[in-house]
Every structure is written in structure tokens, then in C-alpha cells.
Design a protein around this ligand. Structure first.
Ligand SMILES: Nc1ncnc2c1ncn2[C@@H]1O[C@H](COP(=O)(O)OP(=O)(O)OP(=O)(O)O)[C@@H](O)[C@H]1O
Length: 333
């Protein structure tokens, strides 16, 4: 649970890819309205950042921005946190406590991982949105609310609705506007832009003067999958700045990434976001296979300490084929 006051430092620019520029234009338009917004995207793509930017650019900017991670809390707690309670509502409720709807009065309430709330909280939330009032737990009377709601989800909410896990009526009530953040690997133009921003930021924080990335490090960063998206990129760059002196070399980046959990362990599950972005089964399967192929080749090359003849043998492919794949996937050896 997190209550973030407005005024927190926000980045002026989130990236320079076409998709981010479009999102910035969308934010400018929607910020001035009171529309409820769904921000969708994989973990670490910047959904909370988007919500803060919308808040900062809205007429509500001088009021609180309250963020709550619905996925991290047990259901009963989500309910009492959101709506508050009165004395005697449950064992231990020894006084009235305002909920987050009340704490965000006049401002923005950001509900992260909205797909995780139970159907009973979904119903209560729907009622609150429709009636613009909430009923604290244990109370007979309602309290008027004045908040702008922004919700975020890693899961595709339409799928959750189809699967019967998320109420269709609540989805439609929330879906007055939708912002979809592409995974970082699908907006490669942002990778070096953001990496450089994080390098400068970390230089300042640590009092260092790391000047940039080697060409090989750049290429590696650009071809990496970033399943943890911008959050992962930021962490890697911060650690690389710490480890290096003049220039961030490929070995620094690889050293850090080799210590990170391997892709398959990161729960990336299905590449559904691609399907959602309009690609067909054939393209998605082709890309997923390519990712797997690349990861296996990198793994084997690591084991053979870069010896391509041995790697080709272990992979049971010809040396020429391996060589072609190294070029295709931009794998540095
Ligand atoms: N475009 C961006 N520019 C700069 N920093 C970013 C950008 N996108 C994300 N970040 C940073 O990456 C981290 C993760 O961002 P954020 O918490 O907004 O992601 P999220 O999508 O809400 O993640 P989760 O789904 O895990 O809650 C934060 O430190 C945030 O400041």
C-alpha cells in the first residue's frame, strides 16, 4: 500500500519511440477530462508513471495522488483500505477510519493490478463509481466521493471478462479511455534512449562520470528481451554504472544479466500482448521460437566460453548455420 503525494519528480519524456509519442499526446488530451482510465501493459512498462503523469497534468494536480496495489493485499484488506470502516465493523475496528477514496478526495486514485480484486469488491467498486459515493464497512450511510480513477492491469482485462473473472459491467464503466503500453522489446527505439537517461541519472546520484556504452553493449541492450521492461533496464543500467569506470562495456551488462533470473523462470508465460497488438498466431509463434532459439544459443555459447565449433556440435547444427544465426540474432561472441 502506497500513498504518493503529488509533486513527486516525474520524467519529462518517457521515450522517443512512435508509440510513446502517441501515448504522450493521449495523456495531454485525457488529463483535462475526468474520464476513468485503464492503463494496460506488462509489469515494469511504466503504468504507474503514466497514472502519475495524467494526475500531474490534470486540474487535480494540487490534490493527492493515492496508489494502491490491489494484487498485494488480501481481499478483506482491499475492501477496508478502499472504503474505510466505522467503529465495530469487524473485530479490532475500534474507531472510524477513512478509506483511500476519502484520502484521495479531489485527486486521483490509482488502483494497480485491478484484475486481482474479488467479485465482491468489484461489485462494491462499480456501485461507488456509479453513485459517486462510498459506504464504509459497517456503516449504513454513504459518503460522497470526488476522485478520478485510473486502474492498471498486467493481464488483458477483456480476457478476464471473457473468462468470467472480471465483471463486464465494471470493465465497461472503467473503460472510458484505454492506454496500452507496449513491452519494451516491442519499442526498441526507447531502449538506448532510456538507458542513457538512467546512466546520467545514476552518474549524478553516485558522483560518477561514466560517459556512455560501448557499441557492443548498445547492441546487446537493444537485442535483449527485457521481460521486466523499463524497471529491469533501469536496474541493469544502475548496476552497470556502479561497476564501470569510463564506459559501460558488454561484459558489465552481461555479468549483470547473467546473474538475473533466466527468462523462463521469470514467468513470462504466453506472449499474449503480441496477439493483442494485432499479430496472428503464425507471427507470434515464429517470434517466440526465435526468442527460444536465441536464448539456447547464448546459453550454449556461454557454456563453451564462446567456442563456436563446440557450440555448433552441442546444438547439433552446422558451423555455418550457427554463424548465420549469430548474425541474425545479433549475438556477440
Ligand atoms: N518511460 C519511462 N521513463 C522512465 N522511467 C520509467 C519509464 N517507464 C517506467 N519507468 C520506471 O520503471 C519502474 C517501473 O515503472 P512502473 O512502476 O510505473 O511500472 P508498472 O507498469 O506500474 O509496473 P507493475 O505492473 O509491476 O506495477 C519505475 O522505477 C519507473 O519510474
Amino acid at each position: 500500500m502506497k500513498v504518493v503525494e503529488s509533486g513527486q519528480d516525474l520524467f519529462e519524456l518517457m521515450g522517443n519511440s512512435y508509440s510513446i509519442q502517441q501515448i504522450q499526446r493521449q495523456i495531454e488530451r485525457v488529463a483535462e477530462t475526468n474520464f476513468t482510465i485503464i492503463v494496460q501493459g506488462e509489469t515494469g512498462t511504466g503504468k504507474e508513471l503514466i497514472a502519475q503523469m495524467i494526475h500531474e497534468q490534470s486540474a487535480r494536480a494540487h490534490k493527492p495522488f493515492v496508489a494502491v496495489d490491489c494484487g498485494a493485499l488480501p481481499d478483506s484488506i482491499v475492501e477496508s483500505e478502499l472504503f474505510g470502516y466505522v467503529k465495530g465493523a469487524f473485530t479490532g475496528a475500534d474507531g472510524r477510519r477513512a478509506g483511500l477514496f476519502e484520502m484521495a478526495k479531489g485527486g486521483t486514485l490509482f488502483l494497480d493490478e485491478i484484475g486481482n480484486i474479488s467479485t465482491s469488491v468489484q461489485m462494491k467498486l462499480l456501485r461507488s463509481l456509479q453513485e459517486r459515493s462510498i459506504q464504509p464497512l459497517g456503516s449504513d450511510s454513504s459518503v460522497a466521493t470526488d476522485v478520478r480513477i485510473i486502474v492498471a492491469s498486467n493481464a488483458i482485462l477483456e480476457d478476464e471478462v471473457s473468462a468470467g473473472r472480471f465483471r463486464a459491467d465494471l470493465f465497461h464503466r472503467l473503460n472510458e479511455f484505454k492506454i496500452y503500453l507496449l513491452p519494451l522489446r516491442e519499442r526498441k527505439d526507447d531502449i538506448l534512449f532510456l538507458a542513457d537517461r538512467f546512466r546520467r541519472e545514476t552518474n549524478e546520484e553516485l558522483g560518477k562520470e561514466v560517459k556512455g556504452f560501448s557499441a557492443a553493449a548498445d547492441a546487446y541492450l537493444k537485442s535483449y528481451e527485457w521481460l521486466g521492461n523499463v524497471r529491469e533496464l533501469r536496474n541493469v543500467v544502475r548496476r552497470a554504472v556502479l561497476l564501470s569506470n569510463e564506459i559501460i562495456e558488454l561484459k558489465h551488462v552481461q555479468q549483470i544479466l547473467n546473474q538475473s533470473p533466466k527468462h523462463t523462470e521469470m514467468g513470462s508465460s504466453l506472449p499474449v500482448s503480441k496477439l493483442y497488438s494485432g499479430y496472428g498466431l503464425h507471427e507470434v509463434v515464429h517470434e517466440a521460437t526465435a526468442h527460444l532459439e536465441k536464448a539456447l544459443i547464448e546459453h550454449v555459447l556461454e557454456e563453451t566460453k564462446g567456442n563456436k565449433t563446440q557450440a555448433a556440435k552441442r546444438l547439433q547444427i552446422g558451423y555455418k548455420t550457427l554463424y548465420r544465426k549469430l548474425q541474425e540474432y545479433n549475438i556477440q561472441t
